[in-house]
Design a binder for this molecule. Sequence first.
Ligand SMILES: [Zn+2]
Length: 238
Amino acid sequence: MNATTGVMSLYTLRGISSRLRAYFLHLIWPSSCEVCGRIGESLCESCRQERIRREAESDKARGFYRIFTSDIITREFDNVTVYSALYYHDIHVKTVIHKFKEEGRRDMGHPLGVCMARAFGETEADYIIPAPLRMNSERMYNQTSELAKGMCDYWGVELLDVSERTRERPHQMRLGASDRRNNIAPDDFKFMRDIRGLRVALVDDVCTTGYTLMAFAEACRLAGAKVICAYTLSSTNR
Ligand SMILES: [Zn+2]
């Protein structure tokens, strides 16, 4: 047996065993691909690849890809490292973020998330947890969840949209620098499922002072998760 046949048979074996595993998982916990109906996964690998390819084309058409580079902003906080794909004050970035956030362009969330994941390269996390909306937010949906969906589809990791806020707080942006730290605490977050032992990455739309992500990271740790890092679309500092 030469090396090529060896690799081939190993590859085939792996293919069969993962399909068998998917089949048995389906018996216990029925699920099928939301696109093609193939059993075992909520989105099968080929449909996931096809979705990413289509997203890449549509984000080109929308011009997103031009604002993303491999220059990632890295900020170290007390208990979490935050990676940001874009510099918030860049004029082109501001235009895109304004469209996404202020003009309610929900459809931009997923492709922006795909662009983020591609810019970050790869992740050590197995799960992505988006930061929840503020309780008294005037927004109709959580934009961060939309970003997280795009990142999960690109990386093939699982979305855990399981966190909620526990109390109303004024918007961080409306407070002075000294009040912001006291405006958020780990017990501002609760989790709708058990996240003990999971390797998670946090996602938020913007990193300003880092206080929200620090409190959220602490909340995840107190709930038993291993926090790998946090990702944000943009950062106000670099
Ligand atoms: Zn499929």
